[in-house]
Design a protein around this ligand. Structure first.
Ligand code: E4P
Length: 223
């Protein structure tokens, strides 16, 4: 399963990129708004940190299909033609997805709450569909279950569209989809940093070092 960072904080992205095996970054308008900076300035910095080849997903803002296509053209010219264009899976969005797919753009269907949206996005030529796991849970449904159903729809119909599960509140949700074989998950920086934050792990490593130092002296390593 690919693991992406759902964040626009450049310092957080730098840190996670240095330490963890990461496949890219996703953003949305609300995440960009948190930075309080001009969007393309932040996005270009992120592009520099992750490199031209890594996945970067950026959402269109326009409400009508024509505007979404125009947003996508600017995003691709500023950040690279391979940048994934996040398009809401709504009526105007499906029209835009068809046009963008015909242009050869990478499309990520976003704001996916139902399997029907994901099915339509796949038929429009989207590369990814992003179900909002936690937001679906908050509506009283089962977000993990919806994500699994979308995964099954893609596999059972041989669609090349992949699932990019999004909106997580904890690492268990991420693991459950990994176990199921989901193609990709995008996870907020603080949750990625918490994935292996565990007192038992830290204590075990500390004990190994302390025991070794009893043998060789403080500060000695295998060098
Ligand atoms: C991804 O496409 C979404 O923009 C994002 O994951 C939503 O996450 P949230 O529900 O935590 O805001």
């Amino acid at each position: 399963m690919k693991l992406l960072i759902d964040d626009a904080n450049v310092e957080v992205i730098k840190k996670i990129y240095e330490y963890y095996p990461i496949d890219g970054v996703t953003t949305n308008p609300s995440i960009l708004a948190k930075s309080g900076r001009p969007p393309y300035e932040v996005l270009k910095e992120i592009r520099r940190v992750i490199g031209q080849e890594a996945q970067l997903h950026v959402q269109v803002i326009a409400r009508q299909a024509e505007g979404m296509v125009a947003d996508a053209a600017r995003i691709r010219s500023e950040l690279g033609a391979g940048t994934y264009i996040k398009v809401p899976a709504i009526e105007e969005g499906f029209k835009a997805m068809k046009e963008l797919a015909a242009q050869g753009a990478n499309v990520t269907a976003t704001a996916v709450y139902t399997p029907m949206q994901a099915y339509l996005a796949a038929k429009c030529g989207a590369k990814y569909a992003a179900p909002y796991v936690n937001r679906i849970d908050n509506m009283g449904y089962n977000g993990i279950q919806v994500a699994k159903e979308i995964h099954d729809i893609f596999k059972n119909n041989n669609y090349t569209t992949e699932i990019l599960a999004a909106s997580f509140k904890n690492s268990q949700q991420v693991l459950e989809l990994c176990q199921y074989g989901a193609s990709a998950a995008t996870v907020a920086g603080d949750i990625i940093l918490a994935l292996v934050k565990n007192a038992a792990i830290t204590a075990a490593v500390d004990d190994f070092i302390t025991d070794f130092e009893k043998l060789t002296g403080q500060g000695r390593t295998m060098q």
